[in-house]
Write a protein that binds this ligand. Structure first.
Ligand code: SF4
Ligand code: SF4
Length: 437
């Protein structure tokens, strides 16, 4: 089960909206007792305007426009950093018109309105930049009881730019100090383990300190989700090991440098990821791998598995990769890219089964049926060899993008299957779906 909002966790996105309200009240001289609602009417880096509605007892509502210079048509008051307009159509009672004029006069009379307006625009811009971001993206608790897991996302900055990423690289991160606050709050919620993710969490300068605080102060198990590019620096791998990180979940979508760099849109980073995995294993950190199965990677799955075994399992000189997760593409921020990258399941079945066989023979755990995974009918020969999923243990959130198709009605695996991705069915229908008797 996913807990979308836990009240004791500090809000950041929510407080940005409050910051706009506070700045507005100061500028127009409206006390806390006056109900005030606002909406951003236009907003760009240069031009910002707000429609503000004040409720003034027996006078009813008063509508004010506030904007940066040049954004309002015939403002009642225009200064260097702001302009104010009144919405008083002909039917407006004279008392309310007079009240509006008094509000304008009050604003004009203040010596500090230029500063207040500058503060307001800064708050509005910060709020507007968070339109697509929610507090739960930064910190949430998933699971229940002894299985509660904390999730801490250190912003959305990344040194890669994968077309299949669900995030927009321009989304802003929270203030640095908040991540420590959230870590402490998550720990207080009775979690036993913590997932630190991003963006790319290794770009966060305080990462090692956060891991240390989580493991040594709070006694948590910590897994880091990373592309391992930064771990090409041995010192970071050693630092994370010393801080007590329990494991890395590393994205390695292809073992073909060209394909990988094309997927991540970050030339040269495949080699860094491979070096990062080797450094982490050498530092004694447990490593699990994750690979997306899409039109670009599906043909290379057998080689993907073989290279993992040759490079990161067989050599006795360092630790070995513990598991490989194969993921069914989920909707990405770039919707067109998502649909173009989907591959029919009947084209996945053979190479995926071969890869599973190679890894399983080498003693590597394969996770292909988890909440990000494929339906069992894509790997019918390996259903018992891979980690199984029980739908009853999966929260509603992980089922939102999943659907079943007509052939599923006769399938014996229905209780261990989350179904198909919605986007897959939109593009391919029931293609490749073969019920298991
Ligand atoms: S490495 Fe992860 S966070 Fe970075 S762009 Fe790729 S999918 Fe997104
Ligand atoms: S046939 Fe349907 S229910 Fe059965 S494994 Fe495939 S997708 Fe799941």
């Amino acid at each position: 089960m996913v807990t979308r909002e836990s009240p004791p966790l500090t809000s950041w996105v929510g407080t940005r909206s409050e910051a706009v309200t506070t700045a507005l009240r100061e500028l127009v001289g409206a006390s806390e007792t006056i109900p005030l609602v606002w909406s951003v009417r236009t907003c760009s880096d240069e031009a910002v305007a707000l429609h503000v509605q004040l409720t003034l007892g027996e006078h009813g509502t008063l509508d004010i426009d506030l904007g940066t210079p040049g954004t309002l048509h015939r403002p009642k008051l225009a200064r260097r950093t702001y302009a104010v307009g009144l919405r008083t159509p002909p039917s407006t009672p004279a008392s309310r018109v007079a009240l509006g004029r008094r509000v304008i006069a009050t604003i004009a009379a203040r010596a500090d309105t230029e500063d207040l307006a500058a503060g307001l625009w800064a708050a509005v811009r910060e709020h507007a930049a968070l339109t697509d971001v929610s507090d739960w993206m930064f910190r949430q608790v998933t699971g229940v009881g002894a299985h509660k897991v904390g999730n801490l996302r250190l912003g959305f900055r990344c040194n890669q730019d994968c077309g299949f990423c669900w995030q927009d690289r321009s989304w802003p991160g929270a203030p640095d100090a908040l991540y420590t606050t959230w870590l402490d709050e998550l720990a207080a919620q009775g979690i036993a383990s913590l997932i630190i993710t991003g963006g790319e969490p290794t770009l966060f300068r305080g990462l090692v300190g956060l891991v240390e605080r989580a493991t040594q102060h709070h006694g948590l198990r910590v897994q880091l989700q990373t592309n391992a590019v930064q771990l090409r620096r041995e010192s970071l791998a050693v630092g994370l090991a010393k801080a007590g990180v329990d494991g890395l979940f590393v994205s390695l979508h292809s073992v073909d440098a060209g394909i990988s760099d094309q997927l991540t849109r970050a030339p040269g980073t495949w080699a860094h990821t491979m070096a990062g995995i080797a450094n982490a294993l050498a530092a004694g950190i447990h490593v699990d791998l994750n690979a997306l199965v899409n039109a670009d990677t599906v043909g290379g799955l057998p080689q993907h598995a073989k290279t993992i075994v040759d490079r990161f399992v067989t050599p006795a000189s360092a630790g070995r990769v513990g598991s490989v997760t194969y993921s069914f593409p989920a909707p990405s921020f770039d919707a067109a890219h998502y649909h173009a990258s989907l591959v029919p399941l009947d084209e996945v079945r053979v190479p995926l089964s071969e890869a599973i066989g190679t890894l399983a023979s080498a003693g590597v755990t394969v996770d292909v049926g988890g909440t990000c995974g494929f339906p069992p009918c894509v790997y019918p020969d390996h259903v018992d060899a891979v980690r199984s999923l029980h739908v009853a243990d999966v929260g509603a959130w992980d089922r939102t993008d999943r659907v079943f198709v007509e052939p599923c009605d006769g399938c014996s695996m229905r209780a261990r299957c989350l179904g198909l991705r919605r986007g897959y069915v939109e593009r391919f229908g029931a293609r490749g779906v073969v019920p298991i008797p």
